[in-house]
Design a protein around this ligand. Structure first.
Ligand SMILES: [Zn+2]
Length: 486
């Protein structure tokens, strides 16, 4: 199966799945919806489409990008662009199978289910699909999507295997458009923008073609977008069922004779000595021994509004993804609809996953200081609440609970508070408009303070009727002053 020619993109067709090719998607005006049996698979499919479009059809400037946002590519242009890349994106290529290594020596075949990381364990309210049945065999399309996901977004297979370039579980943030094609193009960096960030990128060949050796020192900062976006940190080879036999894919349920039953893998280590700047994730830096290291954080299991600052606003050492930055430059007056997803892990095991969409209304960027102050304030009130709760908890002897008793209680107290104020914060965000505002919304602050005070009183009363509740109000007043003067 060749990703540039064959029909591998799963889209909804009435109530079923059908597969279309990249050309059908990019060279037609029809809208499509990606459909897979898990939401992380859906996000991985979208990422693959964005990565392919980025390396094959990078627009030269914002004018060309704006054109592709409204007009489909023409078929001739498509065919010319893919010509030189056909061999690198073929899943069964005799020498360079996509994201794989030929001739893996290991005798053991790992079941394909291992690529569907996190199943069947791990469940939280953000999962859209239950998937507890076993996966023994999958079609080429489901296999390649999850192979890409494993090499890009999930923890390695464990000791002796390397994590993806951004680390084990990076957050992914993508701009969402009105149609699938618009979503793809909204996340494509144009050359005028990307050349500022990817200067002197010397290595423009994927690493299943231009290999590295075991224990090599690898300069991620030298990678072109093609090498970085499709980096395969492991040595893996898919194992196919005999093509004579037909079977049903356990993931998407189509019947096909192109069936993957498992894969072979081999431990492989190298040393990444400089970072690849990945355009689809927020990141921050920390300096150690005079060297800047890039960290791609994992998502936190908190309501989305608590994470807006880190996902879309530039802070001291933190940056939104390049895709989001380019969008802000090009469409500063427009609303921002953001898809964000990712996993949490305990070493090689996925413990949670998230796939969410949120909207910042028109005018959010003009009022970003106003937005930032109020979001920070709501978050800080949660921190004050936790601190006060600690004092109260200690005085009642709750810190003597077995294990990490008091700390767990306070984490829950803070989480419950963020959950409780969610609708207030969403209303606040939605009320931002193009008119500039500089004042503190005192009504909002009063509401949040009252809720925090009540949470603390309830927390205290649930353990003892003899302790006088402490108020958070005074500490909150100090916090507000600090934030406004910052
Ligand atoms: Zn399938």
């Amino acid at each position: 199966m060749n990703l540039l020619i064959d029909k591998w993109i799963p889209v909804r067709s009435e109530e079923k799945i059908k597969y279309i090719s990249l050309e059908e998607l990019l060279c037609n005006n029809n809208d499509h919806e990606i459909i897979t049996h898990r939401d992380d698979m859906q996000l991985a499919t979208l990422q693959m489409l964005i990565c392919l479009t980025q390396v094959l059809f990078e627009p030269k400037d914002e004018v060309e990008l704006s054109k592709y946002l409204v007009t489909e590519l023409n078929k001739k242009q498509f065919q010319i662009a893919i010509k030189d890349y056909l061999e690198w994106f073929d899943l069964k290529h005799i020498k360079w199978p996509f994201l794989q290594t030929r001739g893996v020596t290991s005798k053991e075949v790992t079941p394909i289910q291992k690529l569907f990381n996190g199943m069947p364990e791990g469940n939280n309210h953000t999962w859209r699909y239950e998937s507890n049945s076993r996966i023994n065999k999958v079609c080429a399309s489901c296999a390649v999507i999850m192979l890409f996901n494993q090499s890009t977004n999930t923890p390695s297979f464990g000791g002796g295997f390397k994590n993806p370039l951004r680390g084990a579980t990076p957050i992914i943030t993508l701009v969402k458009g009105k149609t699938l094609r618009e979503t793809i193009w909204l996340n494509i960096l144009h050359k005028g923008f990307s050349s500022k960030h990817y200067l002197n990128k010397t290595v423009n060949i994927p690493n299943w073609v231009l290999r590295i050796n075991k224990d090599d020192e690898v300069e991620g900062s030298n990678f072109s977008l093609l090498r970085g976006l499709f980096w395969q940190p492991g040595i893996v080879e898919l194992i196919w069922q005999d093509e004579q036999a037909q079977a049903i894919c356990d993931s998407c349920a189509i019947t096909t004779n192109n069936i993957v039953v498992g894969f072979k893998r081999q431990k492989f280590a190298y040393k990444l000595i400089s970072d690849f700047l990945h355009p689809h994730s927020p990141r921050y830096f920390y300096s150690k021994d005079g060297k800047d290291t890039t960290i791609y954080p994992s998502f936190k299991d908190l309501p989305w509004w608590t994470q807006v600052i880190n996902l879309v606003l530039k802070r001291e050492n933190g940056f939104p993804s390049l895709g989001v930055v380019q969008y802000q430059e090009l469409f500063s007056d427009e609303e921002l609809c953001l898809i964000f997803g990712g996993y949490n892990n305990n070493q090689s095991k996925i413990t949670q996953r998230s796939y969410q969409i949120f909207l910042l209304p028109k005018g959010w960027l003009k009022n970003k200081k106003y937005l930032e102050i109020h979001l920070s304030l709501a978050l800080e009130i949660g921190v004050v609440l936790r601190k006060k709760g600690y004092g109260v908890g200690k005085s009642m002897g709750l810190n003597l609970l077995p294990g990490d008793g008091l700390s767990n209680l306070l984490t829950q107290l803070q989480k419950d508070y963020y959950q409780e104020i969610e609708s207030i914060m969403i209303d606040f965000i939605a009320s931002i408009n193009l008119d500039p505002v500089n004042e503190i919304d005192n009504q909002l602050v009063t509401k949040l303070t009252e809720i925090a005070d009540k949470s603390l009183t309830d927390f205290t009363r649930s353990y003892s009727t003899y302790v006088n509740p402490v108020s958070v109000k005074q500490s909150i007043d100090i916090t507000i002053k600090k934030l406004i003067n910052a």
